[in-house]
Write a new protein. Sequence first.
Length: 190
Amino acid sequence: MVLASQLRPGMAIRYEGQGYKVISGDYHPGQGKMGGVAHVRLKNLSTGTFRDHSFRSEMKLDVLGVEKQTLAFLYSDDDQCYFMDPQTFEQIGIDSALIGEAGRFLQPEMQLPVEFVEGRPVSVVFPDIIEMRVADTAPPAHGQQDNTWKTARLDNNVQIMVPQFIKVGDMIRLDVEGLKYVDRAKTAAR
């Protein structure tokens, strides 16, 4: 059991018979006789939907254990993404809805931590920054302002904005959550 005022991102709780993962949370202490309130954003572990909720600070909630295991991505079909444990070669299917939009960046043999609650996979933890190859963009424009941007299509068909000097075939670093260009990836010395 944990007090609502002690909820932190990454924790898993049971509320109203459902399992939730805490995505973000703020605690606001009360004044005088008014009690404090914890405002949290929750992700339903069964459906993948989000919910904003406010708890009284003294409310006690059941904590669920979160286990992380690094798995290798194999492939995906219409509604499932399949991962394999590299030690046991056991394969696990995870609903695409639980992975969300970040699932577009899964690449074969990519190793990612998968979170399990009560033996069931509930989410895949993506790195903040990933490297992707530019599949299509306009040719580099020289003599343009340095602060102009152009559209580029990545290998996985995601379109983002990149600086003018980026060309087809360049590896770039990308912020997964915001879909924003970070910088050009460092290539190994030849």
